[in-house]
Write a protein that binds this ligand. Structure first.
Ligand code: F6P
Length: 319
């Protein structure tokens, strides 16, 4: 293998730049040429490909977002789009592709790999929802952003003796809501993985009030419902007045945490090694503090268990 390429795709995540840097530097260290594909799969179809040098990835390890830009590409979902992408890869003498992104990006790479092109995926999404890996790049930074926001909201919730409902991203996964809720001591956490009962939420709020608690924080994962919807339900069913805060895209920005920079560097470098070893259709991830690689098929064929223990603990600690 002489030349590889790297792209970032889907929702950006803090630490993507650190992963791009690792891919580029490790590839050059290993004597490979490395090209950057701009604007994700859409850019690949359009041939937005440039050779990168050591200096191309200087001064980015600490920056949020992605220097390669990103996109969601409906065209790549079609066979014609993927064949066009393959044409571009061949035209540029690229023999392997590193895809840095989330679930949709992995799916795209899996389809490309099925057409015979070696692809290695590096998990980067604030949602932490890729099967087979305990941590995705960006999750830790987003988590700290959410915790910081909850802490601030708690100040005003306490001062005004109010109940706040905070809506957290995560698509269909509750990791960001669960981890941030546990870390910030939220009284109630609603995640898609666990059924919720409105009367139980109300009982929890009332039992808090009963023992003198004047404020309360409810974290709701966007995969359950919106904070505004929950506010309407609480008002209608129990006359409970709340304030709503939707954290939104702020969760995707910011300088990556130390942890995200480290795992991005590890994952990116391992991706290059895997391509050099002649493997395709591979995902990089982490299990029990070790960087692993496993089949892309497993990402879609197997389901990780969700962290029920963490949820149970959050309930025990917020009685
Ligand atoms: O996958 C990352 C994510 O931020 C999700 O948490 C969220 O549901 C989605 O992307 C939002 O996507 P967009 O920025 O395209 O609206």
């Amino acid at each position: 293998m002489k030349k590889i390429a790297v792209l970032t795709s889907g929702g950006d995540a803090p630490g993507m730049n650190a992963a791009v840097r690792a891919v580029v530097r490790k590839a050059i260290f290993e004597g490979l040429e490395v090209a950057g594909v701009f604007n994700g799969y859409q850019g690949l179809i359009e041939g937005k490909i440039e050779l990168l040098q050591l200096g191309s990835v200087g001064d980015i390890i600490h920056r949020g977002g992605t220097m390669l830009r990103t996109a969601r590409s409906p065209e790549f979902h079609t066979l014609e789009g993927r064949e066009e992408a393959l044409e571009q890869l061949k035209k540029n003498d690229i023999e392997g592709l590193v895809v840095i992104g989330g679930d949709g990006s992995f799916r795209g790479a899996y389809e490309l790999a099925k057409l015979g092109f070696p692809c290695v995926c590096v998990p980067a999404t604030i949602d932490n929802d890729i099967n087979g890996t305990e941590f995705t790049i960006g999750f830790d930074t987003a988590l700290n952003t959410v915790i910081d926001a909850i802490d601030k909201i708690r100040d005003t919730a306490t001062s005004h003796e109010r109940t706040f409902i905070i809506e957290v991203m995560g698509r269909d996964a509750g990791d960001l809501a669960l981890w941030s809720g546990l870390a910030a001591g939220a009284e109630t956490i609603l995640i898609p993985e666990e059924k919720y009962e409105v009367p139980a939420i109300i009982d929890r709020l009332r039992s808090g009030t009963g023992r003198g608690k004047k404020h309360s924080i409810i974290i709701v994962a966007e995969g359950v419902m919106t904070a505004a919807e929950l506010a309407v339900i609480l008002k209608k069913v129990a006359g409970i007045e709340t304030r709503v805060s939707v954290l939104g895209h702020i969760q995707r920005g910011g300088s990556p945490s130390a942890r995200d920079r480290v795992i991005a560097s590890q994952y990116g470098a391992r991706a290059v090694e895997v391509l050099k070893e002649g493997k395709g259709s591979v995902a990089i991830g982490m299990r029990k503090h070790r960087v692993i690689d496993y089949s892309l098929e497993d990402v879609f064929e197997k389901n990780d268990e969700w962290e029920a223990d963490l949820y149970k603990l959050s309930k025990e600690l917020s009685i």
